[in-house]
Each structure stands twice: as structure tokens, then as C-alpha cells.
Design a protein around this ligand. Structure first.
Ligand code: PGA
Length: 253
């Protein structure tokens, strides 16, 4: 079975003490991750080391960075390199979140560079894609997402592409309380899988985990996750509330 993943995206929220309280509250519930399940906490950079230490060897739990720089190293004041993440044993890194694409003008080409550096470092990229509202309203979302995938990922070979996690996050559903219906999520996830299939063949396409993101919460997680091509979620707002996120974790297939 494909990995089923509950990924918390804390974004730029809270102090270290608040983060520790949140993580402790979730960990003390001792929710057992089955071998095909994984919980990931994408925490702000300064919290990566303490969060990683707190999680320790706990099976099925890991931390992620929320971003990395697209160049290997050098004079990029304020940026964090993949090498730095590797040196502190970070197993996952979100890239291409719509907030990064929109507010920091990240390009397809930069994301391709990030993917390469992360894979080289043995860090799993969680690659975000998803369309803005006008594209959805024009019913052009399938071509839009296919282009995001092809421009940043399709230089990879089949062995490399299966090392990624993809997160489909329609921008109109992020932080808006407006969730895609389970049927809309399934439709896009099936589309993403078919795009991957035509590029790489059936086996890699079937092996990749595709998460849904955009106003996932305790009340809708199990319906969304129950869709055949949805392999869990990337969760923003609801991941900051321990009880909400615990229910989301328990909603994984
Ligand atoms: P949200 O954010 O759950 O608050 O909509 C999701 C995300 O941006 O990853």
C-alpha cells in the first residue's frame, strides 16, 4: 500500500514554547502509525532540531522543513541550504508551497533545482502544486497542474520521481475554510496520477503518495482521505490544534 501521510504545516506560527506544547500534546496521545502510515511535522527552521530530538526514534513520526534554498551554498543571506538540513538529519522538505510561489516568486526552474538537491541529499521533497481560483473557474486546472509537474519534475527519471511526495493544494481552498469536495480532490489526484502514468508508466504512478491540502480538518479528513487516490493530507490551520490534528492522524487509511 502507498504511504498514507498526515503532514502538519505550521507555517510561520508560534514561539518555540508554543511549538513544544503543541508537539507534546500530540505525541502524548501515542497514536500508533501503522507501517504504511506516517505523520510529519513541518515546523519553522529554528524548531527543527528540538522537534527532531523530541520525536526521536518514534516509529512513523518525522519532521520536515518548510522550504530550502535552490542553490547549494554561498552568499545568500538569510537562506537555508539543503546541506544544512541534511546535516541535522531532516528527512522531508516541503517545496513549492503556493505561499512561496506567490509571495516569494518561486519559479518552476528553482523548484527543479530544489528537487535535485534534496534527492541528492536523501531528503524526500514534498512537492506542492495546485491552481488559483480563476484557473478553477475557467475549468483549466488539469492543464495548469500538469504544467507545474512537468516543468519542475519531469527531468527526473522513474526511480527518482517515486522518491517524491506530491501535495495537491488548490489555492482557493488554503486557509479559506473552503475545502475542495472529496470528489474534486479525487478527480485531481486521479488526473495527477494519469499525468505521471503517461510520463513514467503505471508502476511509478501507482507508487507515489499524493496528499490533499486546503482546509483539511478533523470534520472532513476521513471523507477526503477515503478517496482512492488521496493518500492523506497537508494540513495548515488545523495542525495547530492538537485535538484536531490527532483526529486527522487517526483518519488515515
Ligand atoms: P490550510 O493550509 O489547512 O490552513 O488550508 C494548508 C496548507 O497551506 O498547507
Amino acid at each position: 500500500m502507498r504511504k498514507q501521510i498526515a503532514a502538519a504545516n505550521w507555517k510561520m506560527n508560534g514561539s518555540l514554547a508554543q511549538g513544544e506544547t503543541l508537539l507534546n500534546a500530540i505525541l502524548q496521545e501515542d497514536i500508533v502509525m501503522k507501517p504504511h502510515q506516517q505523520t510529519i511535522f513541518a515546523v519553522p527552521f529554528p524548531f527543527l532540531i528540538p522537534a527532531n530530538n523530541r520525536i526521536g526514534e518514534r516509529t512513523g513520526y518525522a519532521v520536515a522543513a518548510q522550504n530550502c534554498h535552490h542553490k547549494k551554498s554561498g552568499a545568500f543571506t538569510g537562506e537555508v541550504s539543503v546541506e544544512m538540513l541534511q546535516s541535522i538529519h531532516i528527512p522531508y522538505c516541503i517545496i513549492g508551497h503556493s505561499e512561496r510561489r506567490e509571495y516569494f516568486a518561486e519559479t518552476h526552474a528553482q523548484l527543479a533545482e530544489k528537487v535535485n538537491l534534496l534527492l541528492e541529499a536523501g531528503i524526500t521533497p514534498i512537492f506542492c502544486c495546485g491552481e488559483p481560483l480563476p484557473v478553477r473557474e475557467a475549468n483549466a486546472q488539469n492543464a495548469y497542474v500538469a504544467q507545474q509537474l512537468s516543468e519542475s519534475l519531469f527531468h527526473l527519471d522513474a526511480a527518482a520521481i517515486t522518491r517524491l511526495v506530491i501535495a495537491y493544494e488548490p489555492i482557493w481552498a488554503i486557509g479559506t475554510g473552503k475545502t475542495a469536495t472529496a470528489a474534486q480532490a479525487q478527480e485531481m489526484h486521479a488526473h495527477i496520477r494519469s499525468v505521471l502514468k503517461s510520463q513514467y508508466g503505471a508502476t511509478p504512478a501507482a507508487a507515489l503518495s499524493i496528499l490533499y491540502g486546503g482546509s483539511v480538518k478533523a470534520a472532513n479528513a476521513s471523507e477526503i482521505f477515503s478517496q482512492p487516490d488521496v493518500d492523506g493530507g497537508l494540513v495548515g490551520g488545523a495542525s495547530l490544534v492538537a485535538t484536531e490534528f490527532c483526529t486527522i492522524m487517526s483518519s488515515l487509511k
